[in-house]
Design a protein around this ligand. Structure first.
Ligand code: AMP
Length: 212
């Protein structure tokens, strides 16, 4: 089953995608993580996009598409859950021929949503491991504050989770990503999920939705 996860930053999309990966065997494809890997590896693309990402703005479509197509092609038919793409109506439209070229069908789009004040609170508490990229937050704190449970490296507040940047990311989401909800609803692919609940409750609903 090939899925897209929609939802503002801070609604637990990454955590839910990981759950789907473990429970249903879908590869978690996060364009944010793919782009952050480019930055961390200091590639030419990484150096170009670093200031854009740090400001909370969107990276150029051509760059994201190149990275995404390479990753999806590399899956060789394995199912996936796409997190962070599409983010604009244009990207939604571009995704269709891209998937068609690769012979892939999209089965479902899950849209997770939460009130804005809860999102801001969650993101300012979120920390990411500098090494293995694992995310910690209010729902899933690390056992030792500031250190990753998996690999013991430092956990830090991401530049794009700083309060001013979060406000910009939420504004962007409302202006340009939210219209994708109607786009996928019109294609009969959308299922809405209330993100203002415990992760366990959300996991249970996702499990029910995705179980055959
Ligand atoms: P995320 O981890 O999904 O919140 O993404 C972090 C950052 O990566 C975003 O703020 C953008 O700068 C960039 N990014 C991720 N996905 C996309 C996309 N589909 N289009 C443009 N930029 C993206």
């Amino acid at each position: 089953m090939n899925l897209v996860l929609l939802g503002p930053p801070g609604t637990g999309k990454g955590t839910i995608a990981k759950f789907i990966e473990v429970r249903f065997g879908c590869a978690h494809v996060s364009t944010g993580d793919l782009l952050r890997d480019e930055v961390a590896s200091r590639t030419a693309v990484g150096l170009e996009i670093e200031p854009v990402m740090n400001s909370g703005a969107l990276v150029d479509d051509a760059i994201v598409l190149r990275v995404l197509e390479k990753t999806l092609a590399g899956l060789k038919g394995k199912s996936f859950v796409l997190d962070g793409f599409p983010r604009t109506l244009e990207q939604g439209e571009i995704l269709e021929p891209l998937l068609a070229r690769l012979g892939i069908a999209l089965d479902l789009v899950l849209e997770i949503d939460s009130p804005e004040e809860i999102i801001v609170k969650r993101l300012s508490a979120r920390r990411q491991c500098v090494s293995c990229k694992r995310i910690y937050g209010l729902d899933v704190p690390s056992k030792n504050e500031g250190l990753c449970d998996e690999c013991g490296s430092q956990t830090v507040l991401r530049k794009d989770d700083e309060p001013e940047v979060v406000k910009e990311r939420l504004r962007l989401y409302n202006d340009i990503t939210r219209p994708l909800s109607d786009f996928y609803s019109g294609r009969g692919l959308l299922r809405k999920i209330d993100g203002d609940r415990t992760l366990q409750e959300i996991f249970a609903e996702v499990e029910k939705l995705l179980s055959p």
